[in-house]
Design a binder for this molecule. Structure first.
Ligand SMILES: C[S@@+](CC[C@H](N)C(=O)[O-])C[C@H]1O[C@@H](n2cnc3c(N)ncnc32)[C@H](O)[C@@H]1O
Length: 258
């Protein structure tokens, strides 16, 4: 059994519940998308009671980014683009609560009907993954309804007016999203276009000193997410260093110049 360690006991316990790791070991994401990992992830996250499919290390990273912007007075809200059952955004709201922050909002952006279909000509790896047996039969293309996500927030007593939902495809909801400033931008929309659409619409709202987290930057067997990020950084002349959280996930802190 895994024990709940140091730090804030409420957050430690919450993290374990959200990731279904109170009594079970999490699948080893550093294995990459091997058949063994895919099977373990389906059984642990999709068929189990997990509310987030993030490994614990990524929730730790999210927590430290939020704590950092609050400690440094970096203005802005928190947003995740791609929330599935809502675990990471629930965690964002919980971290703000433990810090006594009442003037920042957590935004949850998702279709709430699963992944968009990638164009097989432009994005063959993504299209193959989208149509794979694992994705259609087990992951159900990651569809999770808005009502289910709201219920999950409510179960932890965290559904309040500091949480707002943006329902629809990113290309439709993000350009005019009523968000003024962002302190933590977490991108978990999996695919090239989902990643690019979020960066194009939201990056300029990220405050200097804010964080941009890319959940799938290190994945290259089923997504072109990294290409979307690299192209965007190059076009915008962003040189802030990418920092690895684990093999798939990386982030950067936006400098004043960035
Ligand atoms: C890997 S899941 C997110 C996992 C989640 N962050 C967690 O804590 O477990 C990817 C999510 O992105 C959403 N998504 C991907 N591309 C999208 C797009 N272009 N517009 C809206 N939602 C999108 C899917 O519906 C899905 O819920």
């Amino acid at each position: 059994m895994v024990s709940v360690e140091s730090g804030n006991p409420y957050l430690e316990l919450l993290k374990r519940v959200l990731t279904n790791t109170l009594f079970e070991q999490e699948p080893d994401a550093s294995e990459g998308s091997t058949p063994r990992y895919v099977q373990a992830a389906i059984s642990h996250y999709q068929q189990g009671p997990a509310i987030s499919m993030l490994p614990l290390a990524r929730l730790d990273n999210l927590q430290s980014c939020i704590e950092s912007v609050v400690a440094d007075g970096v203005p802005g809200d928190m947003i995740e683009t791609g929330v599935w059952r809502g675990g990471a955004v629930i965690y964002m709201r919980a971290v703000l609560k433990t810090l006594g922050v009442t003037d920042r909002t957590v935004w949850a952006a998702d279709s709430f009907e699963g992944l968009p279909e990638p164009d097989p000509e432009k994005f063959p790896l993504e299209a193959a993954s989208f149509n794979s047996a694992a994705m259609t039969k087990y992951y159900k293309r990651l569809a999770s309804a808005l009502d289910e996500v709201k219920r999950n927030f409510a179960a932890f007593g965290l559904l309040d007016d500091q949480v707002r939902f943006l329902k629809g495809w990113f290309k439709d909801t993000l350009p005019d999203a009523p968000i003024e400033r962002i302190a933590v931008l977490r991108l978990d929309g999996d695919y090239y276009e989902s990643t690019r659409d979020a960066l194009v619409s939201l990056y300029d709202k990220v405050s200097p000193g804010g964080y941009v987290i890319i959940d799938d930057y290190g994945e290259d067997s089923w997504t072109y997410c990294r290409q979307a990020v690299d192209e965007f950084r190059e076009q915008r002349g962003i040189t802030d260093p990418m920092i690895k959280v684990d093999a798939p996930c990386s982030f950067w802190r936006k400098s004043v110049a960035g």
